[in-house]
Write a protein that binds this ligand. Sequence first.
Ligand code: IDC
Length: 358
Amino acid sequence: MKRIRQNSGRRRIYALWMVLCMLAAMLAALPEATANAASTPVGRHGKLSVDGANLVDSKGQTFQLRGISTHGINWDVGEPYVNKKAFKTLRDDWGVNAIRLSLYTEGYNGYCRGGDQSELKKLINKGVKYATELGMYAVIDWHILSDGNPNTHYSDAKKFFASMAKKYKNYDNVIYEICNEPNGCSWTEIKSYAKKMIKVIRSYDKDAIIIVGTPTWSQLGSELTSNVVADNPITGYENIMYSLHFYAGESAHSEYLPDKLSCAVEKGLPVIVSEFGLSEADGNGSIDKKSANQWFKLLDKYNTSYFCWSLSNKDESCSLLKSGTNKISGWKSSDLSAAGKYIKKKYLARKKKLGSKA
Ligand code: IDC
């Protein structure tokens, strides 16, 4: 009798053990994205949209992108960092939820100046793929700069955004930035370009966020104090945002732009800081943490999203990595520049403060 009872007890334990093993095997077989969906930024917040001056998540709660911008992916100081481990390091160690993939139209290996367009598009696609697998938001940045007027490369831009919007129309995490920093042209000219490009994108992708660059290197207006964009925004389309860029070490930026931001937001304009740096505007000079601290206070007050320039080891003070490091992911504190250390700390603190809203 005793022996029979012992045997059936052992059989039950064995059966339970088998069930547990099968469950563990099933969980291990789930794709990473599914298993981790609830723990990634896109898994938690879904598709973003614009509500008045705010960026909101799929539940309608205000949401802030804490992003890092690559250097030009067409440059050798930008391209190596388009790798999944780098993005994962930023997500897990820095509290970053978005990556901006910058593709210069002109300059070295620029998309419209001799760069291999199909290779450069592959690189953008790789970046979007990694961000998507990691549940991060991805900005596709048409990085005009020396070309000034976005209409200069209108036909290339049209083909580029048509192919991007066709490919990514069903993605929840892709954002289009149609002109980085217009300069030497008026809001009327930029607006005319933007309306055409928005129409191209919307013919495929009905609702993704589109970021429009603004006059004078994305300063919301053509003079230091003018707010021409807030006074005359684009109408007839939803989910459009307008960029404001600043460099904390550039004293004129910190003098005029905070008021311009406040004024624009109070007029109801959805503003996004799709690029900022800690250095002077040329990417060099000293970094200004004091002015950066003031900027973060203001941006966080409005829940304005921001992307720091740049993920690179180029020997210039806006780079987030030390020029001596060859590591392309998994950076330790000793691999980071002064700017990199500051940003990592700030982003992590902000994430912690936001808690479940982050
Ligand atoms: C800078 C890069 C630098 C490069 C230069 C010209 O950091 O390595 O030589 O562009 O291509 C911007 C621009 C951004 C600039 C950055 C710093 O959007 O392309 O990058 N900046 O000058 N606007 C204000 C500053």
